[in-house]
Ligand binder design. Structure first.
Ligand code: PRP
Length: 219
């Protein structure tokens, strides 16, 4: 008899993957291979349940899912908005909660109010562009950076930044503050549109089980 096809998951590396695996364990989906911290393997398999898991950089998860290399992805809403790919967002997993904000020194607030032509540094140029051009109707210059975004206004690269704020401690420790809130964020489950049709019953059961578990957790 032909074996059931693997259902493949792409998980964003780091805290999201850890939280995802904890949640999956509670609904009976396990992957013992992934618990070995010293492993250099890239793909992990649960033969009995016919699941495969791989870890990738968070921003790459939507591409794996759009092209069907993964059926399902777990990724932050920030990445989904930034990447804007053809994937179905099916579930808010409730963890990884944070906010996308415009931040800067206190006195940059007036530059925002007066719609000045300012520089905006961000790891999220599309989100920043959409916010300033389409929502605020403010012309700005966007500078793409890859990390430590808070540095930009401190060293004079930009007047403000668009970045994730979780606890707010990075801002506080660097004399910056939230000037405007763009949107709340959390971890999401995304699905390849073809997989959603071809593997409908397995994926629907997974979503139902996860929803029940999230209700039990009070999410
Ligand atoms: C993220 C984000 C902020 C920080 C916010 O950075 O870009 O810098 O976390 O968290 P907080 O409000 O709890 O201080 P990350 O740690 O992902 O590193 P990065 O600077 O390389 O983007």
């Amino acid at each position: 008899m032909e074996k059931t096809r693997y259902l493949t998951f792409a998980l964003g590396k780091g805290r999201l993957a850890k939280k995802t695996l904890e949640l999956f364990e509670r609904i009976g989906i396990t992957c013992e291979e992934m618990k070995d911290k010293d492993t250099r393997k890239l793909i992990f398999v649960n033969e009995d349940q016919r699941f495969r898991f791989f870890l990738s950089k968070g921003p790459d998860v939507p591409a794996y899912v759009e092209y069907g290399a993964a059926d399902i992805g777990i990724v932050g809403e920030d990445t989904i908005l930034e990447e804007n790919r053809k994937i179905h967002e099916v579930l808010d997993l409730g963890f990884g909660r944070c906010r996308m904000c415009v931040c800067g020194p206190k006195d940059a607030a007036k530059l925002l109010q007066h719609h000045e032509l300012i520089r905006v540094a961000s790891k999220y140029p599309h989100i920043a562009k959409d916010y300033f051009y389409n929502k605020k109707h403010q012309t700005v210059e966007i500078i793409k950076l890859n990390g430590s975004i808070e540095l930009a206004p401190i060293v004079g690269l930009s007047e403000v930044i668009v970045d994730i704020v979780e606890t707010g401690s990075t801002l506080r420790e660097n004399g910056l503050e939230v000037l405007e809130e763009i949107c709340p964020l959390s971890a999401r489950m995304v699905v390849n549109p073809v997989s959603m049709k071809m593997e409908h019953s397995r994926i629907t059961k997974l979503i139902t089980d996860l929803k029940k578990e999230l209700v039990l957790q009070g999410v």
